[in-house]
Every structure is written in structure tokens, then in C-alpha cells.
Design a protein around this ligand. Structure first.
Ligand SMILES: Nc1nc2c(ncn2[C@@H]2O[C@H](COP(=O)(O)OP(=O)(O)OP(=O)(O)O)[C@@H](O)[C@H]2O)c(=O)[nH]1
Ligand SMILES: [Mg+2]
Length: 474
């Protein structure tokens, strides 16, 4: 149990309808009493969970209605007395509440300290704590669901079950060692190998399902590429909702790769606008058409080449490549990768022209282009949905998918390696024969690694690494 009381703003940064200041520790109530007066003074004495209505008094002049939620130890997130004060979410007001609580004896919480207390006080195991960290960082529905499952302890249960089985098997192997002179078979070699294989399988399924969401740890990248003047930058501005990319009727306006995050129906993605020089278009011609003796031309060509190289690099690392071309001058994408083809400037052409150009593009690249107008926004919602779909943002759907951090994944793969060695040893020997001690040692090693996942011994260092990824107030 901790002797100090911690406090932090636990609602997201910035202004919002509701702000929450959270306190945990033996003096949580005492600290809150300095600024929060419940309408009924006796409500401080309630056991379990209670909601307190009252007034917040900050200094001489500021007084406003507020509510507080009291979670009495041990029935709280941290198993300590926890108090949440809910006020309108103004950053200035929240800062004043924090000042009052610190003056009354609380100290500012560090990142992840509430969860760290929950863990140390036995309310959570390490995997569930990890789930809280992942939830804070989750950027898509799929990630959020996976983090929730981690929080619910899906993998904790698997790891616990595997550890139990390993402990049982070790006991049997050790018993065989202890009674090596007697003619008793505690476990046959075949059974040992069979049961170990089942444990290994279970762990590798857990690790493999994790890989499906690993790529989502960073928001996926979408790159906009296409001939100059097709309207890539205009589309970038349309999809991000901010006029940040310069657009102009001059071909070759964009030089740098410009990236910004966008919100798709099921999550976030990074959208990148690139220079339109991919097909050796007008910008390159403009530079090439002039005399090499001109230093300005040399540097223009150098810039064009670098813009082209940067665009290609962006395309290579992108999860989704969108080919933007204009319906009034349609150009098919190169065949080196798969593209989402978008035919822009729908507003600038007649229905017949649009149909003709779309047909031609479909013939050239095998799939129908999506017709849009970056200028008016027509078709842009459909494009957002298509991007979301092609990035599989709404998956993973499976019930057994979890997100693991590198630390936990490492512990899991070490455990799997120990089991594999044990299987190898057991395949070559009788359980009680030579090598049994080595098998027992490997089983012990595997169980110890799994214990790191569910919070056994020797986890302090792991804790520190995990909690450094939290934010204050969680
Ligand atoms: N009518 C019409 N004009 C558009 C549309 N989208 C872009 N434009 C115009 O097309 C011209 C080029 O647009 P940009 O967005 O700069 O094109 P870009 O593909 O980024 O061009 P580069 O950066 O040079 O490769 C600008 O004059 C835009 O206003 C559209 O949907 N309809
Ligand atoms: Mg541009």
C-alpha cells in the first residue's frame, strides 16, 4: 500500500464538455474536502461506490456546481480510496482544481501511475495493464477491440493455463527424477511430448494472432500519386479538411511529400500528397526543354529528380496507393503495383465524356475508377469508405486477436523456445532418463517467462517500460 495520494487530470487534453480530476490514495478524501463541498456532508462516509453532488469552491470568488464519484478502498480501480471530481472541461478550471488538491496534500501523478498502483495492489495483472496502455494508444476500431480483449484478460487466461500445465509437467518430470530407482512411470515420454506440443500450439496461436494487428500500431499510409495537375493536392486538402497543400493550374506545383492524418470511418490513416512527376510529366519536360548551360535549369532538374525520388519512396512504403488522374486527360497508372484508381474533375466534364474516360481507364487497368470531384467534394465520401475498406481498418474481427507490445511478445517467444527445447530433449530420452533435469529446467524457464506476462516475479523492469507509455491520469 502507498502512503502518498496522487492526483491528475484524467480527461483528454483540451477543452471538452466534461473534465475529470482523479485522486487515489489514503488521503484522497481529505485532499478533496479542501475544494469540494457535497450538499450532504454525510455522503463522505458512504461505503462502496457513491455519487456526490455539491459545489466546487476555488479561492474566495469562484464557486460552481460539480459532482464527485467516490470509490472506497478496496472496491476501486487502484484498490485505494479513489475520487473523481467532474467539472466542465475547461483546461483553466481543471488547473485550478489541481492546484487546490496539491495544496491540500496530494502530489501530481506520473504517467500510468494509477494503473501501476492497480497492478501493485493486485487489482490488475500485467497483461491487463498492458491492455490499458494499448487502449490509450489505439487508433482504429480493430486496435481498440484488440486492446479491450487484452484488458479483459484473454491472453492472461491463456498464459495462466499454459503455466499451470507446465508446472504440472515439471512436477511429473521431477517426481520421475526423485523416484528414479523405483519402477513407477509418472509420465510417459509420448504423453510429455504431446502435452508440451499442445501448450506450444496455444502460445503460438496467441503470438500469431497478434501479428495481424501489429501493422496497425502505426497508422497506415495512403499515398496520392498521379500525373501533374490531376488534382492530388486539391484532394489532399479536401480529405484533410485543411488547405495546407498549395494547388495551382501550373503542372509541377507540389515538390515535397506532404503528409497529414485523416479520419476514416473505422480509424485513422496518414495521407501523403506527392509531386506529379511519376510519368515524366510536364514538370520534367519543363526542366528538360531548356538549355543545360543555364544553372537555374540544372537546379530545376535536380529538384524535379529529387521530388520524383521522394514520391517513389513514399509510394513504396505506403499501404495503399491511390492513382489520381483527371477525367479531362485520363492517364492509366503504371503496372508495378495495385492501385485504387480515382478519376478526378468530374465537375469539369460532361456525362458522356466522363463515361468514355472511365471506360478507357477501366480497359487499361482492369478495374473501374472511382469518379470524384476534389473541387466540389462529389464522390469523396465514397473514396473515404473505399480507403477504409482497402486498409481493412474495421478488422481484425476474430475473437482471439490481441495486441502485444514488444516486451510481452519477447517473453512469449522465449517461453516458446524453452518448450521447443524441452520437446527436443524429451524426444530423445525417457522422462526419468538422462536429460530429465534439463527438461525440468526448460519447463521451469518457460513457466517463469509466462509468469512475466501475468505478473510473477522479476517484473519491475517490465513495469517501468510499460508505464512509460501511459499518459498522466491513467
Ligand atoms: N474543375 C476542377 N478542377 C480541379 C479539381 N481538382 C483540382 N482542380 C484544379 O486543377 C489544378 C491542379 O490542381 P492541384 O491540386 O494543384 O493538382 P496536383 O495534382 O497536386 O498537381 P501537381 O502538384 O502539380 O502535381 C488546380 O487549378 C485545381 O483547382 C476538380 O475536381 N475539378
Ligand atoms: Mg500538387
Amino acid at each position: 500500500m502507498y502512503i502518498d495520494t496522487i492526483a491528475a487530470v484524467s480527461s483528454p487534453p483540451g477543452a471538452s464538455a466534461r473534465g475529470i480530476v482523479r485522486l487515489s490514495g489514503p488521503r484522497a478524501i481529505e485532499a478533496a474536502r479542501g475544494c469540494f463541498c457535497p450538499n450532504d456532508a454525510a455522503s463522505w462516509d458512504g461505503a462502496g461506490h457513491s455519487r456526490l453532488e455539491g459545489r466546487l469552491k476555488l479561492g474566495q470568488r469562484l464557486e460552481l456546481p460539480a459532482s464527485a464519484f467516490l470509490f472506497r478502498a478496496p472496491r476501486s480501480y487502484t484498490r485505494e480510496d479513489v475520487l473523481e471530481i467532474h467539472v466542465p472541461g475547461s483546461p483553466g478550471l481543471l488547473a485550478l482544481v489541481m492546484d487546490a488538491l496539491l495544496a491540500a496534500g496530494a502530489r501530481p501523478a506520473e504517467a500510468g501511475e494509477f494503473t501501476s498502483r492497480a497492478l501493485h495492489n493486485g487489482a490488475l495483472d500485467l497483461m491487463r495493464a498492458e491492455g490499458v496502455a494499448e487502449m490509450i494508444h489505439a487508433r482504429s476500431d480493430g486496435q481498440l477491440r484488440a486492446a479491450r480483449r487484452l484488458l479483459d484478460g484473454a491472453l492472461s487466461r491463456d498464459a495462466d493455463a499454459a503455466r499451470d500445465e507446465l508446472d504440472d509437467l515439471r512436477a511429473l518430470v521431477e517426481a520421475a527424477l526423485d523416484f528414479a530407482d523405483e519402477d513407477i512411470e509418472f509420465i510417459s515420454r509420448d504423453e510429455l511430448v504431446e502435452r508440451l506440443r499442445r501448450v506450444a500450439e496455444r502460445l503460438s496461436t496467441a503470438a500469431a494472432s497478434d501479428q495481424r494487428v501489429e501493422r496497425l500500431a502505426e497508422p497506415p499510409r495512403i499515398v496520392l500519386a498521379g500525373p501533374p495537375n490531376a488534382g492530388k493536392s486539391t484532394l489532399m486538402n479536401r480529405l484533410t479538411g485543411v488547405d495546407r497543400a498549395i494547388c495551382s493550374p501550373l503542372a509541377g506545383t507540389t515538390r515535397d511529400v506532404l503528409c497529414a492524418s485523416i479520419t476514416l470511418p473505422h480509424g485513422e490513416a496518414m495521407l501523403c500528397d506527392t509531386a506529379g512527376v511519376f510519368t515524366g510529366g510536364a514538370a520534367a519536360e519543363r526542366a528538360d526543354g531548356r538549355s543545360d548551360r543555364d544553372a537555374a535549369v540544372m537546379s530545376e532538374r535536380g529538384v524535379t529528380q529529387r521530388a520524383d525520388a521522394a514520391a517513389r519512396r513514399a509510394m513504396e512504403s505506403a499501404e495503399l496507393a491511390v492513382w489520381v488522374t483527371s477525367l479531362d486527360d485520363p492517364v492509366a497508372p503504371p503496372r508495378d503495383r495495385s492501385w485504387q484508381v480515382v478519376a478526378n474533375k468530374r465537375d469539369a466534364v460532361t456525362d458522356d465524356q466522363a463515361a468514355l474516360a472511365a471506360e478507357r481507364l477501366e480497359r487499361q487497368c482492369g478495374i473501374a475508377p472511382l469518379l470524384i470531384s476534389a473541387l466540389t467534394g462529389a464522390g469523396c465520401d465514397a473514396l473515404r469508405e473505399r480507403m477504409d475498406e482497402r486498409l481493412h481498418l474495421s478488422t481484425p474481427e476474430g475473437p482471439d486477436v490481441v495486441v502485444l507490445s514488444a516486451d510481452l511478445r519477447h517473453a512469449l517467444s522465449e517461453a516458446a523456445a524453452c518448450i521447443e527445447r524441452a520437446v527436443e530433449l524429451a524426444t530423445g530420452h525417457d522422462a526419468a532418463g538422462a536429460g530429465a533435469e534439463l527438461i525440468a529446467a526448460e519447463l521451469h524457464g518457460a513457466a517463469a517467462r509466462l509468469a512475466r506476462l501475468t505478473g510473477g516475479t522479476d517484473v519491475e523492469e517490465l513495469y517501468d517500460r510499460i508505464f512509460s507509455r501511459f499518459c498522466i491520469g491513467k
